[in-house]
Design a protein around this ligand. Structure first.
Ligand code: NAP
Length: 499
């Protein structure tokens, strides 16, 4: 009789836990390999002061695991971390996690994947799912002299809490979501902060009110929760605009431009500072950081903006591009992530000598964000072209995991290994490339952009994301024979979709 599928999941962050929940429900045995000693992924790594989720927190919950214990509309990172830990424990997913174990390679061998870990052991799986996300490899600056700095320095995702900040001169490099949140918080706490701004960013001024005790109680009642969600959706529409302004040029995009300029004008009375903080790049080409108080904070006497890049680092601090030395005791590099690494540095070796590095040598791509040609039974969550900017991650996962479970069902019942054909993948990627020039994402270089200048991002709406999986044709997949497995026995429970 055929054995059930055995699945290796790489990463116990939000995606890996979401998938684990659905594998459990489908009765599919799995192991999650997690390089850290805890679940949570990026919400485990990032502990910097001021960290909070910047989409409405309830849309960041799994729809099948409501908690409603958020203290704020945009909850602090510590609460998201706790939510994921609670979820893993309560759903008993943690027992399937091998902590402190990094997958170093996956090699396709006669129809199965041989997974090798940092512990030096190997295991064999029918299916591998890389749920690594794209924010786990810090992008470290290579400024001349970076190692000569005499004080403490660290990347924003590796905050060194042993470093006391009181009385220290702190430099923060980077104006992405991380840098903006860090400067806002340290500045509010009264620290002496120099913010190094190579490229001024559009910043959305967004209040973050507490969720009252009464609201928390009301949210426990499903109908009232649904009412609150609708209210928040209306608010989001008012503040963030509809999802289409980033996708197509037109009146709404122009109105958003005017709104951001008006916010700058209202928040920064000093024309010189305002001019320096006004981005030269078009609105929405980079992911927009949100902060209720960044603009107010940079006008405090304890905070200063240093415009231009970093020329080099010396033991005493940072020398800016104009040659000025900025003496510092601590440097925080909020310089982002190697977002196109995905599961790497792990080696992935498919049949016939294909490797993920060779397939992606000219830039990353995928079939519908979840699969790569020539890699049978190897899947990704939130892979290349997933809507990681415009749609909350749990919502993306709902669509992706729903389709993945259908694929697993097909794999289980046919005994085959499946990979998307090169032609189907090219059709999908070409459809994306056609739509990208209209979007704001293509208007400047950002962390989505590949080496050829293509932003690797979903350029369509949420509904189109749902529809692409409903319309996906399993004929897009090529079957690779799997020697050791036969067809599923009658009566085996079907693998369901995501909820
Ligand atoms: P990021 O958006 O990639 O920003 C990196 C920043 O570092 C940019 O301002 C960049 O400047 C600057 N930088 C990089 N290398 C530099 C160099 N050599 N010299 C000077 N400046 C340099 O990174 P991030 O802020 O960590 O955010 C990454 C993503 O994480 C976000 O877009 C978001 O998806 C996620 N995130 C989410 C939240 C949340 O609240 N949900 C919070 C934090 C992060 P240039 O613009 O000039 O390149």
């Amino acid at each position: 009789m055929q054995q059930p599928l055995k699945v290796a999941v790489i990463g116990a962050g939000m995606s890996g836990l979401f998938l684990g929940y659905h594998l459990d429900r489908a009765g599919i045995p799995y192991t999650i390999f997690e390089k850290r000693e805890a679940v949570g992924g990026t919400w485990h790594d990032n502990t910097y002061p001021g960290l909070h989720v910047d989409v409405i927190t309830r849309s960041y919950e799994f729809p099948f695991a409501r908690k409603n214990y958020w203290s704020k509309r945009y909850a602090p990172g510590s609460e998201i971390k706790r939510y994921l830990e609670d979820f893993a424990r309560e759903q008993r997913i943690s027992r399937n996690v091998r902590f402190g174990t990094e997958v170093t390679s996956a090699r396709y061998d006669e129809g199965r994947w041989l997974v090798t870990t940092s512990a030096g052991d190997t295991g064999t799986f029918d299916v591998v799912v890389a749920a690594t996300g794209f924010l786990h490899v810090p992008k470290r600056p290579t400024f001349p002299g970076v190692d000569t700095f005499a004080g403490a320095s660290f990347h924003s995702s590796e905050w060194d809490h042993s470093v006391a900040l009181e009385g220290k001169r702190i430099g923060v490099v980077g104006t992405g979501s991380s840098g903006i949140q860090i400067v806002s918080e340290l500045g509010k706490q009264g620290h002496d902060v120099a913010h190094f701004i190579r490229t001024p960013q559009w910043i959305q001024v967004k209040e973050n009110p507490p969720i009252t005790r009464m609201e928390k109680l009301l949210l426990r009642v499903p109908q009232l929760g649904a009412y609150w969600d609708r209210k928040m959706a209306r608010l989001r529409l008012q503040t963030d605009g509809s999802e289409t302004w980033r996708l197509v040029p037109g009146a709404e995009r122009e109105a958003m431009n005017r709104r951001f300029l008006r916010d700058l004008e209202q928040e920064i009375p000093d024309p010189e500072l305002r001019a320096a903080l006004t981005p030269k790049e078009p609105l929405g080409c980079k992911r927009i950081p949100k902060s209720p108080d960044y603009y107010r904070v940079v006008q405090r006497p304890n905070v200063r903006c240093v415009f231009g890049g970093v020329q080099h680092v010396v033991p005493e601090g940072i020398v800016g591009t104009d040659g000025t030395l900025h003496p510092l005791d601590v440097i925080v590099y909020a310089t982002g992530f190697e977002t196109h690494a995905y599961m790497r540095p792990m080696d992935v070796l498919g049949p016939d000598g294909a490797t993920i590095d060779s397939l992606w040598a000219d830039g990353v791509y995928s079939y519908r964000g979840i699969a790569v040609p020539q890699m049978p039974n190897f899947f990704l969550l939130n892979g290349p072209f997933a809507p990681v900017n415009s749609i909350a991650i749990p919502t993306c996962l709902r669509d992706e995991v729903g389709f993945l479970m259908k694929l697993l069902d097909r794999i289980a019942t046919t005994g085959q290994a499946l990979a998307p054909s090169a032609a189907a993948t090219e059709r999908f990627c070409e459809g994306i490339r056609q739509a990208l020039p209209d979007t704001t994402y293509s208007l400047c270089d950002n962390w989505y952009t590949d080496q050829g200048g293509t932003p690797i991002i979903w350029p369509f709406t949420r509904q189109q994301h749902v529809d692409q999986y409903a319309d996906a044709d399993l004929a897009d997949f090529e079957a690779f024979p799997v020697a050791a497995r036969a067809a599923a026995p009658a009566g085996r429970p079907a693998v369901g979709g995501a909820s």
